[in-house]
Design a protein around this ligand. Structure first.
Ligand SMILES: Nc1ncnc2c1ncn2[C@@H]1O[C@H](COP(=O)(O)OP(=O)(O)O)[C@@H](O)[C@H]1O
Ligand SMILES: [Mg+2]
Length: 305
């Protein structure tokens, strides 16, 4: 991993992302630049599959920094997020000490609660100095955890330190670059948002989605790419249970390329809708004449524009 210094402007931020394969827009580049510059965590909220997680991954690659990811889930606790003691190792050390005869209790205890048996989980690991500079700490899908964990996180994001009762306080020499994401299945508390810079990651407009598709699925020809993007953009306007994200656009385009498609037709769309839509009600809604109608609309717009 080669190490790159932080971008010095919004344009540089955008170019940095672009080189690493991420097609950003001005608003996102601006907030990311500021978050790096001010050393403030970046809170990204948006529907699933719009490129929130990808930003952290791309940034890690582009800056040559280690990516430390904390995937949140219901019931996530400190032992999985911050640290735990290696009990099995500690037990073994006690047995060995006992077997060896003379046990110096104090020495044994301080050995048992030393670095040696401390298992570092993502949040603690992120406080450690890493090769290439402070790491990127991705706290992904925070909305899946409970409020107790959120409160705890708030504390860490305030002082970038963790106290392990048996061991002492571990403080980051330089704070990590923090990116928090949420799919907004619930609201995140104001207190946590206040620590961060906020950005809503929306669906890209047609121009940007086409640019993303060209970067990520270079095998798709121009016509197919335009039709795919036009179709996806059109059905996002429909009241679907789950509108397709960028991830689905890319999957669909890739699938069509695998089928040697050079353009869309109603039958082809009907046969491949399951790549784009993941709920039977949505598929049923788009099947048949509805697909033809949308497709005709897309064609008309493309020939006009
Ligand atoms: N602006 C973008 N530029 C390049 N690829 C993107 C962009 N937005 C989304 N993607 C692609 O879409 C997919 C889903 O993105 P992801 O970050 O996992 O979504 P989210 O975390 O918002 O659910 C990834 O494979 C990523 O490559
Ligand atoms: Mg994600």
């Amino acid at each position: 991993m080669s190490v790159t210094s932080l971008p010095a402007s919004i344009d540089e931020t955008q170019a940095l992302l672009e080189r690493a394969g991420y097609v950003s827009d001005r608003a996102l580049s601006t907030v990311l630049f500021l978050s790096l510059k001010l050393g403030r965590p970046l809170f990204l909220e948006g529907e699933a599959g719009v490129g929130k997680t990808e930003i952290a991954k791309v940034l890690s690659r582009a800056l040559g920094r280690k990516l430390i990811r904390l995937q949140c889930y219901e019931g996530l606790d400190i032992a999985s997020a911050v640290y735990e003691w290696n009990y099995a190792g500690q037990m073994m050390a006690i047995r060995l000490a006992e077997a060896g005869g003379t046990v110096d209790r104090d020495a044994l205890e301080s050995d048992l609660f030393s670095e040696r048996y401390l298992v570092r989980r993502p949040l603690l690991e992120a406080l450690q100095q890493q090769e290439g500079g402070p790491p990127i700490l991705l706290i992904d899908e925070l909305d899946r955890t409970d409020e107790a964990f959120e409160a705890f996180l708030l504390e860490i994001l305030s002082d970038f330190q963790v106290t392990v009762p048996e061991f002492g306080t571990i403080r980051a020499e330089a704070p990590p670059i923090v990116i928090v994401t949420s799919n907004r299945t619930r609201e995140i508390h104001d207190a946590l948002k206040r620590r961060c810079l906020y950005h809503w990651v929306g669906y890209p407009d047609a121009g940007r989605e086409l640019a993303i598709l060209s970067r990520r699925v270079p095998g798709a020809n121009e016509r197919l790419a335009r039709e795919v993007v036009g179709f996806v953009q059109a059905i996002r306007e429909k009241e679907l249970f789950k509108a397709p994200g960028v991830a689905e656009t890319l999957d669909w385009a890739q699938a069509l390329v695998e089928l040697d498609a050079v353009a869309l037709d109603p039958a082809l769309v009907g046969d491949t809708l399951g790549v784009l839509l993941k709920y039977q009600d949505d598929i049923a809604r788009m099947a048949g004449s509805e697909t033809k109608k949308v497709l005709d609309g897309v064609r008309a717009e493309l020939t006009m524009g």
